[in-house]
Design a protein around this ligand. Sequence first.
Ligand SMILES: [Zn+2]
Length: 134
Amino acid sequence: MKKNETIANLKTETGFCKYCKQGRAVQIGEDQIYSQADLDNIASSECTCDGARHAQEKENRIRRAKDAIDKITVDGEKEVGDFLKSALSLLADHKIKKLSVNINGIVTYTVLRGNEEQLSMQRRETITEGDEIE
Ligand SMILES: [Zn+2]
């Protein structure tokens, strides 16, 4: 990272909210090139209509859930964590309610959508009595 970064000049483009179709001024760097779809995404993320707010809340829930997965995933199981993260939008979109992944008969990761739309996750390790523990 350079220490003396110059602040880019901004220019204003128009994006349209994907939900209410209203145009919004979107400020981007003077030398940046955004497609209309990108501008529409930015406008949608800043709009305050019901549809946009609903989508923003969903994005926030997914972001928090990703952080939570990072916290509970132990070393050596990061790929499983990434797999669970990739399924979060299915949970948030009501395509699935719950996903459980068993790693080796002992460790199970579960992500699920609660009744209040909250996404929760759990790592469970089952040790059967009599198992040898090194
Ligand atoms: Zn809107």
